[in-house]
Design a protein around this ligand. Sequence first.
Ligand code: SDX
Length: 433
Amino acid sequence: MSSSNATITVNDGNNRQVAMPVLPGTIGPSVVDVRKLYNETGLFTYDPGFTSTASCESKITYIDGDQGVLLHRGYPIEQLAEQSTFLEVCYLLMKGELPSKAEFDKFQKDITYHTMLHEQISFFYRGFRRDAHPMAVMVGVVGALSAFYHDSTNIDDPHQRMIASYRLIAKMPTIAAWAYKYSVGQPFIYPQNHLSYAENFLHMMFAVPCEAYKVNPVLARAMDRIFILHADHEQNASTSTVRLAGSSGANPFACIAAGIACLWGPAHGGANEAVLKMLEEIGSVERVPEFIKRAKDKNDTFRLMGFGHRVYKNYDPRAKIMRQSCHEVLDALGVRNEPLLKLAMELERIALEDPYFVEKKLYPNVDFYSGIILRAMGFPTSMFTVLFALARTVGWIAQWNEMIEDPAQKIGRPRQLYTGHDKRDYVPLAKRG
Ligand code: SDX
């Protein structure tokens, strides 16, 4: 039971006071448990955008926005990015502990043997135009998985939830790579069980049936690290979407499709694609001041894409690692003087010296550098958010499972502050002006 509480005094003539428990976390802010507020006062809390609202209890990821800290099950993102692999991070996020060798070997085998898609799904792609945005394809194909794997839609069966979770983690690279292949008119490349998760994805993306394709180990390592950096991030918009969809009992494929749809927005996962378009629009270092000015102009809708974050009021720790990877990948590819990287670094330097960005604590976020690496690796801009969705699937799935197993969770159903018309009577058309 909580040892401290918060009291709300309602000065509306009745001078009611309501004491509500303050619940502490392991680390980070405590919460005021307002669940009884409406029943005791008839008042709702009001928090558009949930800037001060904790929607759930979770043990998966912790972020300290002021310190620029990101922990997955307690492990710092810097250590995971440097020492772990994406598949090991998947195990950690889902099961809560780092695996033993035997546990990891079995997990890796289980995932590997779920990477193929039902052959009928390959025909599903053919319903799209070739120029369909791959995110539209991802939403459609992932949502349709429930039509092919109906057995793992029984969310009350932990074994079926685990199979559905493995299927989603395993099949996302295949679904993503096939979305790309379909857009360029090349044949689908099937998963290869002898390849690692990242190698397999790059092989399905860039191999063609006419010749052998050897994955560049530097790019495979960079791809794996990029997946780690995007794996999970607390209760962000798309994760909250997955949780809300899941709270109704919807099947996991539908919930992940909802998360993909939300991630697509340019304010969220779509920012990596928007950063590249912004850098190409800026074009040269000489034009940076013009765009910085626009970003500060309240009358201009332009925002510096890849900058700012609801939680991080310091450098996004993922952006630091991404920037380091950027240099490594471009060096490995012999494109050290990539103009967009130079432009991005100059844009970052100028922005971080500008009082507007300093006082609003706007720093580069995970999306600022990722697009430059991905473009250098050969991905078209339209695939950037697809890669984000591929990697974030494990975070969505881990949070979805945690929600279903949480006895405190019930269907999410927020209320509102109603400012529309009071009751009024219908006026027949003949009597209207
Ligand atoms: C992701 O939540 C997550 O964890 C998301 C994510 C994850 O891993 O899941 O980290 C991934 O989505 C990263 C964010 C990617 N989006 C972008 O890079 C788009 C550009 N950034 C902004 O749109 C914005 O910073 C948000 C959406 C990221 C955060 O918006 P908030 O928290 O609602 O902040 P805000 O819009 O209220 O901005 C606060 C102030 C405003 O000025 P004032 O009204 O107070 O005068 O800062 C300004 C904003 O105008 N501002 C910017 C800016 N971002 C905020 N001004 C110029 N350029 C920007 N990028």
